[in-house]
Design a protein around this ligand. Structure first.
Ligand SMILES: Nc1nc2c(c(=O)[nH]1)N[C@H]1C(S)=C(S)[C@@H](COP(=O)(O)O)O[C@H]1N2
Ligand SMILES: [Mo]
Length: 248
């Protein structure tokens, strides 16, 4: 009967683990090469972009058409949302001078300069939703405002056929773009009220976007301009490597 010497067993194990490790290293290098070569879109490596693209298609086709609604909560569930992110929220800005510029689909410059009263004249819609940040926190929050779909129909009729919508703060420091189906979702609001009070400056006074079908990054505070277009408008966080779709 052959008895393996302990020494020999150790060397065999070492050899085996070396082979396994080697294969892993090759796969790792191949993966690294795939991730780092083959074009650029923002800072997202192409291989990862493919996965994100897949995620986007799955989300679009199965979870959120214009029909699937995000969960809503009773008033008793409302928490204390923190102020998160102040890009484009200049403290010295005179909010009394605020207005909203609208560039409809096909136009090359703003066709309207709206006041908050113009937006508030649209049907009011209220919802209490779980507001989610990509950093991993979420807070149940009440918002009131106008549906972006109603806004589009009234102030940019015909723009429903655009592929995308872009929004910027008045100083253009923060900006987002959204696919039109998400923009037209019934829970996507231009909000002027949060937790029963007028929106505070840190939360985006006088008007912000609230959409529970997207992560917080897309929920731009203090919107100064809205444009409808077929080319994907600039997006602050997509430029910094985050998934452009950012769907929930
Ligand atoms: N203008 C502007 N809007 C913004 C941001 C920002 O830095 N500037 N940060 C975004 C991020 S990452 C989140 S999570 C939410 C936070 O909203 P809150 O401050 O009302 O909690 O705002 C979003 N909208
Ligand atoms: Mo966020």
């Amino acid at each position: 009967m052959a008895i393996k010497s302990p020494d020999r067993e150790i060397s065999e194990r070492t050899r085996r683990s070396f082979i396994v490790m080697g294969a892993g290293a090759v796969a790792g290098i191949a993966g690294w090469v795939a991730l780092n070569h083959g074009g650029e879109e923002g800072d997202i490596p192409p291989a990862l972009r493919g996965i994100l693209g897949f995620n986007e298609r799955v989300v679009r086709s199965t979870l959120y058409g214009n029909t699937h609604l995000a969960k809503t909560y009773p008033a008793s569930a409302v928490g204390r949302i923190k102020v998160n992110g102040d890009v484009g929220l200049d403290e010295d800005e005179n909010l009394a001078d605020w207005h909203l510029e609208v560039t409809p689909f096909g136009a090359s410059s703003p066709a309207a300069k709206l006041t908050l009263a113009d937006v508030r004249a649209l049907p009011r819609y209220e919802q209490t939703i779980d507001f989610k940040c990509v950093e991993g926190w979420s807070t149940v929050t009440q918002f009131a405002g106008a549906r972006l779909s109603d806004f589009t129909a009234k102030f940019a009729p015909g723009s429903e056929k655009a592929g995308c919508i872009g929004m910027k703060t008045p100083d253009e420091e923060y900006y987002v773009s959204l696919d039109m189906p998400s923009a037209q979702h019934p829970q996507t609001l231009l909000a002027w009220e949060m937790n029963g009070k007028p929106l505070e400056p840190g939360h985006g006074a006088p008007l912000r976007l609230v959409t529970p079908v997207k992560y917080g990054i897309k929920n731009i505070k203090r919107i100064g301009s809205i444009e409808y277009t077929d080319t994907r408008p600039d997006d602050y966080w997509a430029e910094r490597g985050y998934d452009w779709y950012a769907g929930l």
